[in-house]
Ligand binder design. Sequence first.
Ligand SMILES: *Cc1c(COP(=O)(O)O)cnc(C)c1O
Length: 374
Amino acid sequence: MLLFTPGPTPVPEFARVSMSEETMHHRTAEFEAVFSDTRELLFKLFATDEVIMLASTGTGAMEAAVTNLCHDTLLSINSGKFGERFGKIAKASGLANVEIKNEWDTPASVEDVTKALRANTKIDAIAIQISESAGGLRHNVEEIAAVAKEINPDIMVIADGITAVGVERIDVANIDCLIAGSQKALMLPPGLSILGLSSKAIEKIGEGKGYYLNLASEIKKQSQNTTAYTAATTLIIGLRSVLQKIENDGGLGKLYCDTARRAKATRFALEAIGLHSYPSVPARSMTTIDDEDASKIRNILKSDFSVNVAGGQDHLKGKIFRINQMGFLEPYELAWVVNAVELSLAKLGRREFDGTASRMFNEEYFKSMLGSAK
Ligand SMILES: *Cc1c(COP(=O)(O)O)cnc(C)c1O
């Protein structure tokens, strides 16, 4: 079965092999060396002043960010399940919460954020997804962060990049906390989350909040290449191998470029066979199609073509399907996936099969090569 869900994503063989050694003790010089290498590679990926690894899923890092960086009122952007989660975390942590809510295909507007910040001066942090995985949309985080800082230079901007870090280059000029998770773009099993922090964020954290998710304790330890509690040693070994592999395979620029080409070629291919891309601004992490036959298409993809794509959640259950673009995916895998989608439409009697999807995918993905051959 080809795993094409936007999280968990496939773990490449080299990463699995790297994690197959005996468990290393975390309080040893040997592990500190692994930790130090990984930190160094993470600094290149995040481009932030500090990076912290937590033994938690992405939600743990979201909670750590909110509780440590918001001390009064959180403005959260809800264009999907993960944006909604920020608001729930704020409420569960006894913080006040203002929410900007949109349909799951609609990114937050700069105007709405401006209005909310002007209307409530108690807002001291804003939390937003870069790529909202629920509907596969891309928020304009860069502009929203810049405007937020213009209105209030002390505001903390928390950006959930769980399906964006490792997908595209992110401008962190106005971001105080950038979050990543192991099982999405970082191609690892679940259980490790990472926070990139600005120096302003470190200042605001001060003594930190909470106990396990107290970021002050982790900053103190991790800057010395150790952790406050037992490190997720095996996952960190895996992370080092993934980040080294990215570097050896042409670097982050190549990974971002290949991902963008794949995402665009996939969307063009599916649009060419009459399907509709759901989000008004698609993220590069996944291709999201809304269709009345979404469930049927997913079932045929699984039973006839061994392709596992994700469906929708909540009110989008049975209404969309999402194809992963994160990680080291080969173009031939996506060419097969779009071809399988076209065959599924033929099986449903919607459209006669003529190979348009895979042809469009190849033309778009390889257009620079085709152009030079002319
Ligand atoms: C998957 C995901 C999360 C939640 O991560 P968990 O690892 O399930 O806790 C948060 N935000 C986004 C955008 C995600 O895609």
